[in-house]
Write a protein of this length. Structure first.
Length: 428
């Protein structure tokens, strides 16, 4: 331990090591070493303190852990150190985001002026407040359907302009530009630089999203950021940003962090890319692959057309080789003979039909003559009928002195019932 001796010389300022910090003045300042030793002595009097917070960093090096513990309400943080001997006594599942209570002892290093807290004990209290809040928000948004695949829009095959929301001069911006331009050199970007962590992250990202979404030239929007701890990525799980992404009319790609980072933006966005590099590969096609594909399609088309033409030529040759096309007059001759045979049969059939009909007609004519009243009259019979046309079948039917007509085979004459003939007419 450093010892401080006054060693005061009259007429000269006292040595800085001999001046206590509370007694220092402009003419008699204290030394950095004595100030640090004074701070160390004051801090050593605190002893062990139980503190509650959330683990935001947990880095294991050489068997020991160096991390940070954050206040549950404010942004206040402390650095913590856990030696390997103590780490063996702690729960094995401690990790970033855990809500814990720890016994810590302040340790001030005078040489560097650094303050850290050594951990003597640590136990779980439950999920960190932030992770617990995110889990509740995840359940709410899933129930509202914001995670459903049915509402997610497909990305355009080749976007004319890509909207990019990222940190200014960030590695994520360079990765997206470099990989996209390697795949499609003519790709165009419209970039909005925003804060990618802290209090400005959410409002600036939402404003940039609305600006790009309202631009009719922008076909897809990429939100990109490099990796980080849970605390630095919290802005991309903020409800304001998630609802703005869900209501956007332009497809949104989430490219936050590394493969293991999963902010809620990944679930709400239309496409989740594991890294900014992956986002560039999935947003634009590879020009080399597309040219190869076009070449393959052209070759397949030429082959199909060649096969079709060759097939049609072979089919045409096959048709031309058939007898009906080699000697078409043979078909005419064959059909002419068939026509002559059918015509002859038709004539014979018509002749037989006419002969049969003539014979039948003669028979019917003979039957008609036999049944005709004229034939009866030819045999000497006569028909008497009154002037009103009624046939006389009974002598009592004709009163005396009544005129009636008598029809014979060759004419008719009038008569009276008293036997006198009135007039007569003969038919030739």
């Amino acid at each position: 331990m450093t010892s401080f001796e006054p060693g005061h010389i009259v007429g000269e300022p006292p040595p800085a090591d001999s001046v206590r910090p509370k007694d220092s003045t402009n003419d008699a300042p204290t030394s950095v070493s004595r100030l640090n030793e004074t701070i160390r002595g004051f801090i050593a009097s605190w002893g062990s303190v139980w503190v509650e917070g959330e683990i935001t960093q947990w880095n294991v090096r050489g068997g020991s852990v160096f991390g940070r513990l954050k206040d549950l309400v404010t942004d206040a943080e402390i650095s913590i150190r856990i030696w390997s001997s103590t780490l063996n006594r702690l729960p094995a599942d401690l990790k970033v985001g855990d809500h814990v209570v720890a016994s810590v002892k302040a340790d001030y290093f005078p040489k560097r002026g650094d303050l850290s807290f050594g951990v003597n004990a640590m136990r779980h209290v439950g999920l960190g407040d932030q992770l617990e809040r995110l889990e509740r928000l995840r359940v709410q948004l899933r129930a509202e359907g914001l995670f459903d695949d049915s509402r997610k829009r497909p990305l355009p095959f080749l976007p004319h302009v890509i909207g990019l929301i990222t940190g200014e001069r960030s590695d994520a911006e360079k990765d997206v530009h470099r990989n996209a331009e390697l795949r499609w050199p003519q790709v165009r970007f419209r970039t909005q630089h925003v804060a990618v962590q802290g209090e400005r992250c959410v409002p600036e990202t939402v404003a940039a999203l609305k600006l790009l979404d309202a631009d009719p030239d922008v076909d897809v929007i990429v939100i990109a950021r490099g990796g980080g701890d849970v605390q630095s990525l919290l802005g991309f799980s903020d409800e304001r940003l998630l609802r703005a992404v869900a209501s956007a009319s332009t497809p949104v790609v989430s490219a936050i962090g590394h493969e293991n980072d999963r902010p809620l933006l990944d679930d709400v966005a239309d496409l989740r890319a594991s890294t900014p590099t992956d986002a560039a590969k999935r947003v634009v096609p590879d020009v080399v692959e597309q040219r190869t594909l076009v070449g393959q399609l052209r070759s397949r088309l030429a082959m199909r057309l060649s096969q079709r033409v060759n097939h049609d030529i072979a089919q045409l040759e096959q048709l031309r080789s058939r007898p009906v096309l080699r000697q078409p007059e043979a078909l005419v001759h064959t059909r002419a003979q068939d026509v002559e045979i059918i015509t002859s049969r038709g004539r014979e059939h018509v002749a037989r039909a006419l002969e049969t009909s003539a014979r039948r007609t003669s028979e019917l004519r003979a039957s008609l003559r036999a049944l005709s009243p004229a034939a009866t009259l030819e045999r000497g019979y006569a028909i008497a009928h009154l002037n009103d046309g009624a046939i006389v079948r009974d002598v009592n039917q004709v009163p005396e002195s009544t005129a009636f007509v008598v029809t014979v085979a060759r004419g008719a004459f009038a008569a009276r019932s008293d036997g006198e003939t009135v007039e007569s007419s003969a038919t030739p």
